[in-house]
Design a binder for this molecule. Structure first.
Ligand code: SIN
Length: 316
């Protein structure tokens, strides 16, 4: 059977990282190796069908910017529209991968697979994990019926909605929390456990007509994350109010609870017209809504994803 193209977009990250010594897995510089060089060392890709490659960015994902997001979403939309393209693989740093995944699902709503992959060890490592992750991502992009934005790492397929980086250095660094993974990639075969992300899910309300016009940070609404913790106060919220913040996500404790001083400041901000959303700083579970809630919950989104969601809603 003749394969359609898989587009592989490079954005940098540890998967493209370089260290001075092959035994150094942490003292490296991310985003050094070009996407074509990364693919050149994976002979098995020769059997994976035709690919089109493009270097969209070359950054450490801790430095992810709206400009790169705008550029990336533009290229994703461009290639998704091509009938000769079956799916897209994106190489990305692990640190903000979950935010990019959520952003792309929200704005591109892909009916084809868009698979983010990454590595925890640099390309120069004695035993790098990037090549296997890339092969696994290709298997997902080639899988019949695959759709939506997913992340593939350490043989596990995570939905853009649920994926979260949960470990600082282990190769299996991501979790889908309570929801569990979408499936696994086992020796090139996809074993599905649940549905792909839904293209038109109601929680992605934003239709962004022209993402490319939103390349400047000043084009985006200012939304900040504040955290509840022992001894919290309203000081950070007060300071942000004076700077004209438009949205606040609070990483609340437990089931959305807030120190009374922080809660008072957030209620004041809400009364002043700032959109406030309560997420939880707990890794698992979600803030369960109650009828008398005065501050809305994040509908299961983690603080960083709730921030992306709120920015998009404010834009919408
Ligand atoms: C990055 O996020 O770009 C660096 C860290 C990583 O990819 O693991």
């Amino acid at each position: 059977m003749k394969h359609q193209n898989i587009v592989i977009l490079g954005t940098g990250g540890t998967i493209a990282g370089r260290a001075a010594s092959a035994s150094d897995n942490i003292g490296y510089t991310a985003a050094q190796v070009g996407i074509d060089q990364l693919l050149a060392v994976i002979p098995a890709l020769a059997d994976a069908g035709p690919v089109i490659t493009e270097q969209v960015a070359q950054i450490d994902s801790k430095d992810m910017s709206f400009a790169v997001w705008a550029q990336l979403a533009g290229r994703v939309n461009h290639f998704l529209a091509r009938p000769d393209v079956q799916g897209i693989v994106i190489t990305h740093g692990t640190d903000t991968l979950e935010e990019t995944a959520y952003f792309l699902q929200a704005v591109c709503k892909p009916a084809k697979p868009v698979v983010l992959t990454c590595a925890m060890r640099p390309a120069t490592a004695l035993v790098p994990d990037g090549p296997q992750n890339l092969l696994d991502a290709m298997a997902v992009a080639r899988h019949a019926g695959a759709k939506g934005v997913v992340a593939v790492c350490a043989g596990t397929i995570h939905s853009a909605l649920d994926v979260q980086k949960v470990h600082t250095y282990k190769l299996d660094a991501f979790s889908s929390g309570d929801a569990g993974p979408i499936g696994y990639v086992e020796e090139g075969f996809v074993r599905l456990l649940r549905n792909w992300p839904l293209a038109q899910e109601g929680r992605y309300p934003i239709a962004m007509k022209n993402i490319a016009t939103l390349a400047d940070i000043a084009d985006w609404p200012r939304v900040e994350i504040v955290m509840n913790h022992a001894g919290a106060s309203g000081a950070v919220v007060e300071a942000l109010l004076t700077q004209g913040v438009q949205g606040l996500v609070v990483a609340a404790t437990g089931n959305g609870t807030l120190h009374h001083a922080l809660e008072a400041a957030l209620l004041k901000a809400q009364a002043a017209g700032v959109k406030v959303v309560r997420a939880t700083r707990c890794l698992n579970g979600r803030v369960l809504p109650k009828p008398d809630d005065t501050l809305p919950d994040s509908k299961g989104l983690s603080p960083v994803k709730a921030r992306v969601d709120l920015m998009l809603r404010l834009l919408g």
